[in-house]
Design a protein around this ligand. Structure first.
Ligand code: HEM
Length: 423
């Protein structure tokens, strides 16, 4: 078993906010116990998969390692019991692609997959560039100081994905708030009860409230798009057919929710983290500013560096062997993407931020059948932002200590104060 203090650290939202304890815990595990069981206090035991090869091996065998059989996010025994009681035995509050296995997973994924392919996204390039330029102008208007996370990085990917989905601009603050409540449920500054969460019941109530608000919103949207379909992703979900029938209600709502949350929070975290790293590494900033062909390298390195999705869980559907260990049917596995992205067997100098890193074989978008649906959109919108921002940004430095969210699932910086000069 993994030592208790390490087991407790890897599920502790405060450790992710402090970040060094997380780097240390996973560094230790990759060295000493790369695939071992952990049982943090209050949790069922689970295997912690820390090396990139093992993460890829699990993700490729998606009949042997299911998403949907147990919670896809690490959760306490008490919370799991309560969710199952609420959801008629299911361990999930929502049922998006992430909670599905085949045949549903393939069927639901195919519905929007083509839309998110590079050939289709190319048509959006010019529109996204206009949006990016607008945010660069807004940053310039801050007059040399801003909180890059709150003033730019949270808002630009939000605007892009809401246009793609079909949510009007006036509702963006609401979507941002609900997303932050969902992923920031453990963070006293972000959760729905403004820090007052005392126990599992309150935390669950807060989550249910957030999901109910999303559902109320997307119910209306479904009606609208059924009556008047448009060229947006909401119209595909509202009018989609799976094996000759409309999507199930929970499945449709969950589809909107995953696009409206994972579709910006991840890209926001990566963008905020990238500027934080550039501000701390002036030579890297200079290199990419002077040679915009390095923007692609900057993007891959910032995705590796931040790894905004910190874990997903899988469940063994049968007895299996992995890296010489015997996994039993029903066992739960914790895939640590940040650990895979610091794996010394894959990366030279993994703790250095290097925009010239090549190859950069990270697993931040996952792997296999569930690999991120929005990866091409995420890369494209970040590329366009940096292509527009870097030529105008003459210098940047930190203007105070950046702060990270308290969360162990989807998270990143919540504040990156900077001082800058722009032309
Ligand atoms: C799934 C990361 C941006 C939508 C995932 C997964 C990861 C991830 C790790 C799970 C993959 C697996 O289980 O193997 C990221 C990162 C992003 C990002 C790092 C940005 C830097 C986006 C965007 C969208 C999106 C812009 C917009 C639609 C999804 C969806 C899934 C997913 C729908 C579920 C796919 C499935 O289970 O089949 N993402 N994501 N993501 N992502 Fe992203």
């Amino acid at each position: 078993m993994i030592p208790q203090d390490v087991a407790n650290t890897i599920v502790d939202p405060k450790a992710y906010a402090a970040w060094t304890p997380i780097e240390e815990a996973f560094g230790y595990l990759r060295r000493e116990a790369p695939l071992e069981q952990a049982q943090p206090e209050g949790f069922d035991p689970f295997w912690v998969v820390t090396r990139q090869d093992d993460i890829r091996a699990v993700e490729l065998q998606n009949e042997l390692f299911h998403n949907g059989d147990r919670s896809t996010v690490v959760t306490t025994i008490e919370a799991d019991k309560k969710v199952r009681a609420l959801m008629g035995g299911s361990p999930h509050l929502v049922r998006s692609l992430v909670q599905m296995d085949n045949p549903d997973h393939g069927n639901y994924r195919r519905l929007t997959q083509g839309w998110f392919q590079p050939q289709n996204l190319r048509a959006l390039e010019e529109r996204i560039r206009v949006i990016a330029r607008g945010f660069v102008d807004r940053m310039a208007a801050h007059g040399g100081r801003c909180d890059f996370a709150k003033d730019v990085a949270f808002l630009y990917p939000l605007h892009v994905i809401m246009e793609v989905l079909g949510v009007p601009e006036i509702d963006e603050p609401r979507m941002l708030k609900l997303t932050q409540e969902l992923f920031g449920n453990a963070d006293p500054e972000l959760n729905r009860s403004a820090g007052q969460l005392q126990d599992v019941d309150q935390a669950l109530l807060a989550l249910q409230g957030t999901i109910a608000d999303f559902i109320a919103y997307f119910n209306e949207m479904t009606e609208d798009r059924r009556a008047k379909p448009r060229q947006d992703v909401a119209s595909i979900i509202a009018n989609g057919m799976i094996e000759g029938k409309p999507l199930g209600h929970l499945e449709a709502m969950s589809y909107y929710i995953i696009v409206a949350t994972a579709g910006h929070d991840t890209t926001s975290s990566t963008t905020a983290s990238a500027l934080w790293a550039l501000a701390e590494n002036p030579a890297q900033f200079r290199a990419v500013k002077d040679d915009l062909s390095l923007v692609k390298g900057l993007i891959e390195e910032s995705i590796r560096w931040e790894t905004p999705v910190k874990h997903f869980m899988r469940t063994a559907t049968d007895d299996a062997e992995l890296a010489g260990k015997k996994i039993a049917k029903g066992d739960w596995l914790f895939l640590s993407y940040p650990s895979g992205n610091r794996d010394e067997a894959v990366f030279d100098n993994p703790y250095a931020f290097d925009v010239t890193r090549s190859p950069n074989k990270h697993v931040a978008f996952g792997y296999g059948a569930h690999v991120c649906l929005g990866q091409h959109l995420a890369r494209m919108e970040m590329r366009i932002l940096w292509e527009e921002l870097l030529p105008r940004l003459e210098s940047v430095e930190l203007d105070g200590q950046p702060r990270r969210m308290e969360a162990s699932f989807v998270c990143g910086p919540k504040s990156v104060p900077v001082r800058f000069k722009m032309n």
